[in-house]
Design a protein around this ligand. Structure first.
Ligand code: NAP
Ligand code: ZN
Ligand code: ZN
Length: 351
């Protein structure tokens, strides 16, 4: 076994604290990665506080992982010691079902294995995530990081990046489209960057007037303060697509009304309480669609990383030592992040 250290939550109400545990030795198809950086997703906070139910403690969160390969098993072909490597939200799936066969492992009909807060299907042992010094993952679920990307800014691509890239691609956002992004946090700021890169006219809806200038710098063409209903209504019936990243329950009708006929609003935020149910009329009169999307498959995650490499797209990050993780969670709750916290795992060695 590999002796590992990280930070874990012991319960839904205790702060994260140092934690020692063991990981398996790499098997023939495994890649052992020394973790350099790990992004802090709002999903980490939801799960650490057991807001979605079923949390497994102690929990080592973290699913935006970049690092260097330390060791590979004898059958590994695409990685060698010293390579850059990345791991996102899942570390395995059944590999047989229709979704897996179609490269959509996140929708595995037999249940993917999450990077943390889950159990290995074979041993039943808990999975531990990236707020730690190393991770061992089967090669098929390990991604390649383009060498030109800043590693700190690349880490959030593994969740915030793919979760916004995938729906924008699925709904074929392209030049000439008018696209709304709701919420300028970790996901939202990547949504703005990708929608802009795909040539759309991007309108950012934010509750934080202080983020308006940044939104333009990140690629938005217009910014609307969503607490001002009149400003929101001015865009009625005009959007092809809206990506809603908000992590709290809110009135969806205010945004559905902004879609054109046949427009789609895709939810990616996962609040702990339900949204108020939207008005049926807002859907049927213009044949609008309310949809959802979950991260992205392994093939598409690699496609997204390669796209970011070619276009030099990374996340705007605030790097923190792991000792500041509890403070970072409090700031995340106040929408006080520009625009992703990333843990520098070298800090694990500090006392
Ligand atoms: P985040 O960095 O905290 O960003 C969320 C943003 O939503 C905030 O910055 C804020 O933006 C806005 N917001 C927060 N509270 C709000 C409220 N009460 N009303 C309106 N707007 C509010 O979170 P994140 O990491 O981007 O994650 C966002 C959500 O997506 C979380 O629920 C997370 O669990 C989920 N998620 C889903 C997937 C998936 O696969 N579907 C993947 C990753 C994460 P402004 O300041 O601009 O208003
Ligand atoms: Zn995430
Ligand atoms: Zn499957």
């Amino acid at each position: 076994m590999i002796a590992s250290t990280g930070y874990a939550a012991r319960s839904a109400t205790t702060p994260l604290a140092p934690f020692s545990f063991e990981r398996r030795e790499p098997g023939p198809q495994d890649v052992q990665i020394e973790i350099l950086y790990c992004g802090v997703c709002h999903s980490d906070l939801h799960q650490v506080r057991d807001e979605w139910g079923g949390a497994i403690f102690p929990m080592v969160p973290g699913h935006e992982i970049v690092g260097r390969v330390a060791k590979v098993g004898g059958q590994v072909r695409n990685f060698k010691a010293g390579d850059l490597a990345a791991v996102g939200c899942m570390i395995d799936s059944c590999r047989r079902c229709e979704s897996c066969a179609g490269g959509l492992e996140q929708y595995c009909e037999n249940g993917m294995t999450l990077t943390y807060n889950d159990r290995y299907k074979d041993t039943g042992e808990p999975t531990y995530g990236g707020y730690s010094d190393s991770i061992v993952v089967t090669e098929k679920f390990v991604l390649k990081v383009p060498g030109n990307l800043d590693l700190k800014g690349a880490a959030p691509l593994l969740c915030a990046g793919i979760t916004t890239y995938s729906p924008l691609r699925h709904w074929r956002v392209q030049a000439g489209d008018k696209v709304g992004v709701v919420g300028l946090g970790g996901l939202g700021h990547m949504g703005v960057k990708f929608a802009h890169a795909f040539g759309a006219h991007v309108v950012l809806f934010t509750t934080s007037p202080g983020k308006a200038q940044d939104a333009i710098r990140l690629g938005a063409d217009e910014v609307v303060i969503s607490r001002n209903p009149e400003a929101v209504k001015k865009h009625a019936g005009s959007f092809n697509f809206i990506l809603n990243t908000v992590a709290a329950p809110h009135n969806l009708d205010a945004y559905l009304e902004l879609l054109k006929r046949d427009g789609t609003m895709c939810l990616v935020g996962v609040p702990d309480q339900p949204h108020p149910s939207p008005t049926v009329g807002n859907l049927i009169f213009k044949r609008r669609q309310l949809a959802g999307s979950l991260i992205g498959g392994i093939r598409e995650t690699q496609e997204m990383l390669d796209f970011c490499g070619r276009h030099n797209i990374t996340s705007d990050v605030e790097v923190i030592p792991i000792q500041k993780i509890n403070e970072a969670y409090e700031r995340l709750l106040k929408s006080d992040v520009k625009y992703r916290f990333v843990i520098d795992l070298a800090s694990l060695k500090q006392k």
